[in-house]
Design a protein around this ligand. Structure first.
Ligand SMILES: Nc1ncnc2c1ncn2[C@@H]1O[C@H](COP(=O)(O)OP(=O)(O)O)[C@@H](O)[C@H]1O
Ligand SMILES: [Mg+2]
Length: 507
C-alpha cells in the first residue's frame, strides 16, 4: 500500500512543502530514500527502524521505498524522521490516520527509543505552513515555545511516535496548543542607557527621534568623546515596539543563523547590531553554504550601527549600498541565489578629520589634503543614502554638569509611537511599515507639497546640487517630521528641517 503525507524543508528563510511517499513491495529487505536527501536524511533509516520497533510496532520486512518530492529540491536535516515513520506505519496498515491528514504538516527527529527531538528552523516552517493554508503542524514538544506564538494554525506538541499514533487511533487525543500572548520587551526598563543621561546634544537627539519615527538613516560627525557612541547606544531605547509579525520575521532570520535558543525562542526586541570595521564582507552581508544571513539581515527591522565609519574599507561600504537601497540582500551562489530581508536603519558615527577635531577648531592640525583624503573614503553615493547628517560638538567638561537632565527615553518613545501610528494607518494594505520604505510612486502619493514647498525644494536641489535619490529621501524625511508634528500635510517648516539634515560638507 502507498502512503502519502506532507512535511516542510527549508530553503534559506522560506519553507518548501515536501511530499513524502512510502511504498512497500515484496522482496529482499531494503530501505531506500530518494529525492536529493543529504546524509542526515539518509541516517533517518536507522532512527526510524529503531523508533518503530521500540514503540511497539513491527518494522516491515520487504522492500521499503521512500520518495521525497519535489525531487530537485535539496532535503537537509533530521526533520523527516517523524513523517517517514508515520508513512511506513500507515503503508503497513498499523495505524489509521485521519483521511485528510495531508492538510497537516509533520516534523521531528526521532530517537532510537521513539521519542521526538527538537529541530532547528521551527519558526520559518510553521509560518510557511500557515501561509500555505495548512490546517495544523505536528512538531516536537521541545519546540513548542518557538511555535506557540504563531496564530491561526493548530500546533500539536508531540512527545513520542507512540503518542501521535495513540492520537490517531483516538486512544488519547492531543489538543491543539493555544497561541500565547505576544509581549514586546520594554527596552527602556531593561537597558542601562537612557536619553536623559545625555546632557545637551539636543540637535542630535532630535535627529535620532526622527530616525526612529520614520526608519531613516543617520550619520553623526564629531570629535572623540563628544558622545556619539553613547547617543547611538541610547537610540535603542527610543525605537518603536515591534509587532508580532515583525518579531516573527526577525526571529526567522535569527533562527536560520542559529541564534535562537530555548530560553528566548522569540526575538521580541528590535535588533541593534554594532559592527566593527574589521568585519568581513561575508559577516556583514551573509554567505556560506547553506547561506547564512549576515549582520545586515540580523539587523532587519532594527539598527545597524557602524561606529568609526571612515575606518570601514571602501569595499565593505560598497557591498552595503544595494541592500540599504533595496531593503533586501541577494546572495548568489553556484547552486542558485538566496534572498534575505535587510530593511534596516543605518546609524553611523565618525570623526570629522583624521585628528578628530572639526577643521575650524584651533586644535586641529590636519592639513586640507589630509582632510580631503580622509573624507573621500566615504563616497558621494554612500552619503546620498544618509538622510540625517548631524554634527555632534564637544561639550566642555565644566558645562556637562551644569546642563539639566533631558527628556527620558520613555517620553521620546511615546512620540515615536504616535508618529508610527500615523504611518500604520497610511500604509494599511501596503507591505511597508515606515516612511523610509516608501518607493517613488508611494512618495508621489503620500508626500504632496504645496506651491511654496515646491519652491523651497527647487532652490535646495539647485543650490545643493542634489541627486534624484536625495530629492525623494528629503520628501520622505519631511513626511516623518510632519507625522511627529501630527500634521496631515507636509508644511514648509517640515521641508526646511528635512533639507537642513542633508549633508552640507561644511565640517
Ligand atoms: N553629552 C554628554 N552627556 C553625558 N555624558 C557624555 C556626553 N558626552 C560624552 N559623555 C561621556 O563621555 C563618554 C565618551 O563618549 P562616547 O559616546 O564614547 O564619545 P564618542 O563616541 O563621540 O567618542 C561617555 O561614555 C560619557 O560618559
Ligand atoms: Mg565612539
Amino acid at each position: 500500500m502507498l502512503a502519502k503525507l506532507k512535511t516542510l524543508t527549508l530553503v534559506g528563510l522560506e519553507g518548501e512543502v515536501v511530499e513524502i511517499e512510502v511504498d512497500l513491495h515484496r522482496g529482499l529487505p531494503t530501505f531506500s530514500i530518494v529525492g536529493l536527501a543529504d546524509t542526515a536524511v539518509q541516517e533517518a533509516k536507522e532512527r526510524v527502524r529503531s523508533a518503530i520497533k521500540n514503540s511497539g510496532f513491527q518494522f516491515p520486512r520487504g522492500k521499503i521505498s521512500v520518495n521525497l518530492a519535489p525531487a530537485d529540491l535539496k532535503k537537509q536535516g533530521s526533520r523527516f524522521d517523524l513523517p517517514i515513520a508515520l508513512g511506513i506505519l500507515h503503508a503497513t496498515g498499523q495505524i489509521t490516520p485521519p483521511v485528510d491528514w495531508e492538510k497537516d504538516i509533520y516534523l521531528g527527529e526521532l530517537s532510537f527509543k521513539g521519542d521526538l527531538r527538537g529541530i532547528s528552523g521551527i519558526l520559518p516552517s510553521v509560518t510557511t505552513a500557515r501561509e500555505k493554508g495548512f490546517r495544523g503542524v505536528y512538531l516536537p514538544l521541545s519546540n513548542i515555545d518557538e511555535a506557540s506564538l504563531i496564530p491561526d494554525i493548530d500546533i500539536f506538541a508531540v512527545e513520542s511516535l507512540r503518542q501521535i499514533c495513540d492520537h490517531f487511533s483516538q486512544i488519547k487525543t492531543l489538543e491543539p496548543h493555544v497561541a500565547g500572548e505576544f509581549n514586546d520587551l520594554e527596552q527602556t526598563e531593561e537597558g542601562t542607557f537612557d536619553m536623559q543621561h545625555i546632557r545637551g546634544q539636543e540637535h542630535a537627539k532630535r535627529a535620532l527621534e526622527i530616525a526612529a519615527a520614520g526608519g531613516h538613516n543617520m550619520l553623526m560627525v564629531g570629535p572623540p568623546g563628544s558622545g556619539k557612541t553613547m547617543l547611538a547606544q541610547s537610540f535603542a531605547t527610543i525605537l518603536p515596539k515591534i509587532t508580532l509579525e515583525e518579531a516573527l520575521e526577525i526571529t526567522k532570520i535569527h533562527s536560520i543563523a542559529g541564534l535562537t535558543n530555548t530560553d528566548s525562542p522569540i526575538i521580541n526586541t528590535r535588533p541593534f547590531r554594532s559592527v566593527h570595521h574589521t568585519a568581513s564582507g561575508v559577516a556583514i552581508v551573509g554567505g556560506g553554504n547553506p547561506p547564512k544571513p549576515g549582520e545586515i539581515s540580523l539587523a532587519h527591522r532594527g539598527v545597524l550601527f557602524l561606529d568609526e565609519f571612515a575606518e570601514f574599507p571602501q569595499k565593505t561600504l560598497e557591498v552595503l549600498r544595494q541592500p540599504i537601497e533595496d531593503g533586501v540582500i541577494t546572495i548568489s551562489r553556484a547552486s542558485g541565489s538566496c534572498t534575505f530581508p535587510a530593511q534596516i536603519m543605518l546609524v553611523a558615527a565618525m570623526n570629522p578629520t583624521p585628528d578628530g577635531y572639526f577643521p575650524n577648531d584651533e586644535r586641529s592640525t590636519s592639513t586640507p589634503q589630509q582632510i580631503q583624503r580622509y573624507r573621500s573614503k566615504i563616497s558621494g553615493p554612500i552619503l546620498d543614502w544618509i538622510d540625517l547628517h548631524v554634527e555632534v560638538p564637544q561639550i566642555p567638561f565644566e558645562k556637562l554638569s551644569e546642563i539639566k537632565p533631558g527628556e527620558s527615553s520613555a517620553v521620546i518613545r511615546d512620540r515615536v509611537h504616535k508618529a508610527r501610528d500615523f504611518q500604520r494607518k497610511r500604509f494599511t494594505g501596503q507591505k511597508i511599515h515606515s516612511n523610509a520604505e516608501m518607493n517613488t510612486p508611494l512618495v508621489k502619493q503620500f508626500c504632496k507639497v504645496d506651491e511654496e514647498g515646491q519652491k523651497l525644494l527647487r532652490s535646495a536641489v539647485e543650490q545643493m546640487d542634489l541627486s534624484g535619490r536625495a530629492f525623494y529621501r528629503i520628501l520622505k524625511l519631511a513626511r516623518t517630521i510632519a507625522d511627529l508634528a501630527e500634521s496631515e500635510s507636509i508644511e514648509v517648516p517640515h521641508l526646511a528641517e528635512a533639507i537642513g539634515y542633508r549633508e552640507k560638507r561644511d565640517w
